[in-house]
Ligand binder design. Sequence first.
Ligand code: NAD
Ligand code: UD1
Length: 351
Amino acid sequence: MSTVLVTGGLGYIGSHIVIELGLAGMDVVILDNLANSAIDVFYRLKSMARKDIEFYQGDVRDSKILNVVLSEQSVSSVIHCAGLKAVGESSLKPVEYYQNNVAGSLVLIDAMREAGIQNLVFSSSATVYGIDAPVPYVETLPTGGTSNPYGTSKWMVEQILKDAANAAPKLSIASLRYFNPIGAHPSGLIGEDPQGIPNNLLPYIAQVAVGKRAELSVFGDDYPTADGTCERDYLHVVDLARGHVKALDWVKNNTGAEAFNLGTGKATSVLEIIQAFEEASGVKIPYSIAPRRPGDLPAFWADATKAEKLLGWNAELGLEEMMADTWRWQSQNPNGYRSNAKEAQPDSSVA
Ligand code: NAD
Ligand code: UD1
């Protein structure tokens, strides 16, 4: 029983986790409904993997498909990435967000209970600290006070998981609070492929760099930060994925529910990101200063000491790698997975 189920395993973060699990010698089964991903991701993962990968197309809210997966595969642990993640959209479609993120998690833990699976790693977010938390964010701070249904859904699931672990002493759950994951796999085969206009900074910059968008709008330069633009804790998605392998070790050897920040502990401004991207890519990014984006916080970053102490994890890759890998992915796949998918070949030195 050593197979890991990754829900949402064809998404941006899930696909990088699948690669790292394979490198750590684990078999993987993916459940994904393709709501925000493409089947080509699976073909690419298969071509890169050293271990077996199975894929089931299905919805995490569907207990029937979950029961099929858990009875056909020898699953011992679950990494739960499936969910909806667009903050702005969550205010327009709150019911869909609570259904996918909260109800989906409930159906999953119920199916795990029936199958006798005790180990769970959950994709949470730094957003659970709410809008008034002091920086750096540390796990001992109170959570809640979130400002949108997306953030509230992550907060709710964390509470549900804590209660579930209190009621079932064998359960072991790690909620990983991601800061700002960016970058792509160094092979250039796997990366972030947002549908429509990107909401997040790095995908937008990358699309400006390949000429798909004319210029970047920098949302506000009058924040109380060193250069006036917002600061975030950007971390490489491969570091983040490695954090899941460490968290899996932790859940296998502990019980109860714990939350862990996964961030670098460093804050970087929007203007610093533009400069770092230009240096890594050699491409000039035209930008103009636009009004603040409603809901943005001036600056937040992680205190990642707990993950270092308990998981033995810290971020190893710097801004340079984050930018170079984003650029490699975007320049080799200007239209994401919709272009040249079948011709893609793995780079065997990194996969
Ligand atoms: P993503 O959209 O790329 O991946 C999510 C995957 O889940 C997609 O492949 C999608 O098709 C699938 N999915 C969605 N709803 C599903 C459902 N009901 N059943 C089955 N599959 C479903 O997003 P991501 O960036 O890879 O994020 C993964 C997880 O991490 C999400 O839970 C997200 O909320 C969380 N997270 C992401 C970030 C970030 O910056 N990307 C930050 C904090 C937390
Ligand atoms: C956003 C979400 C957060 C989520 C995270 C990762 C909001 C308010 N928060 O975080 O809950 O966990 O994405 O998915 O949406 N920026 C620009 N121009 C752009 C895009 C962004 O200047 O075109 C700036 C933003 O103002 C921000 C920084 O870049 O200061 C990072 O933005 P983004 O990548 O969207 O991440 P967050 O806002 O931190």
